[in-house]
Design a protein around this ligand. Structure first.
Ligand SMILES: Nc1ncnc2c1ncn2[C@@H]1O[C@H](COP(=O)(O)OP(=O)(O)OP(=O)(O)O)[C@@H](O)[C@H]1O
Ligand SMILES: [Mg+2]
Length: 241
């Protein structure tokens, strides 16, 4: 049985993980603030849309839609390209939250139910295949949930049932920042874990990327320095020497 895969388009990475991330995987992209979680994940969706016949939804809660678009444009990605405009829908939940708070409704909304309902209806109407969720932590600050672990399970199951390939962005938490996500279940419940770190050596800081796990895949282990190639609009782990 061959597994269909979605290339990351990160130079040097796909060849070292059997071609890409298996379709249908739930991936988490974890890392500290500024580790380039949003940029890396957006660039994967961007290139999947430009070079593959796919489409996706980018749900943003951390930063507004305009801020996200201008960041990606500043990196050299052509967010005005009709293929990008037509096949990447950016949904700004932060904006919706502000509106609901202004109406005093913020606490009365079943965010998880609403979200799953929205994703299901988008899936049925526009048939997108890739979901980016930026970020899980920001979503859980929208409202107090009785049992966040159960809610994460519910969300992941819904996404699995919809047959989406998904990327959930999360922070590192816990003592020493060694835990993926906030609730200690995110990495167990997911199929793929990508970890972005900012490695500090005295005054020098290097960004590095590691595939912590990827089910169904023989992949590169260890942390590789990565950087953005603006002229090629993709990240690279290939040594510059
Ligand atoms: N044109 C560019 N080329 C390369 N790197 C850039 C460029 N513009 C910004 N950056 C880097 O991108 C970083 C922000 O990346 P990004 O927003 O993807 O990180 P993040 O991990 O999502 O951060 P946050 O925790 O705030 O969500 C900046 O701190 C800056 O170092
Ligand atoms: Mg971000």
């Amino acid at each position: 049985m061959t597994i269909e895969r979605i290339p990351t388009h990160i130079e040097g990475l796909d060849d070292n993980m059997q071609g890409g991330i298996p379709e249908g995987h739930i991936a988490i992209v974890a890392g500290s603030s500024g580790a380039m979680k949003s940029s890396l994940t957006f660039s994967m969706l961007y290139n999947a849309v430009l070079y593959g016949e796919t489409s996706g939804i980018y749900v943003t809660l951390e930063q507004g839609k305009d801020s996200l678009r201008s960041h990606m444009a500043n990196m050299g990605m052509n967010v005005e390209d009709p293929r990008v405009r037509n096949r990447i829908a950016i949904i700004d939940l932060a904006d919706l939250r502000v509106q609901l708070d202004e109406q005093g409704m913020g606490n009365r909304v079943d965010w998880m139910g609403q979200l799953i309902g929205q994703l299901t209806s988008y899936r049925n109407s526009i048939g997108f295949e890739i979901l980016v969720f930026d970020s899980l932590g920001a979503f859980f600050t929208l409202t107090k949930m009785e049992n966040p672990r159960d809610e994460i399970f519910r969300l992941f199951e819904a996404v699995r049932r919809l047959g989406l390939t998904s990327f959930f962005i999360c922070e590192m938490t816990g003592e020493d920042h060694k835990q993926f996500g906030e609730y200690g279940v995110e990495d167990y419940l997911s199929d793929t874990v990508m970890h972005l770190v900012m490695d500090r050596d005295a005054d020098d800081v290097k960004r590095k990327l590691g595939i912590v796990k990827m089910r169904h895949t023989h992949h590169l282990l260890g942390y590789q320095p990565f950087w953005w190639k603006e002229d090629e609009q993709r990240f690279s782990i290939v040594s510059r020497l």
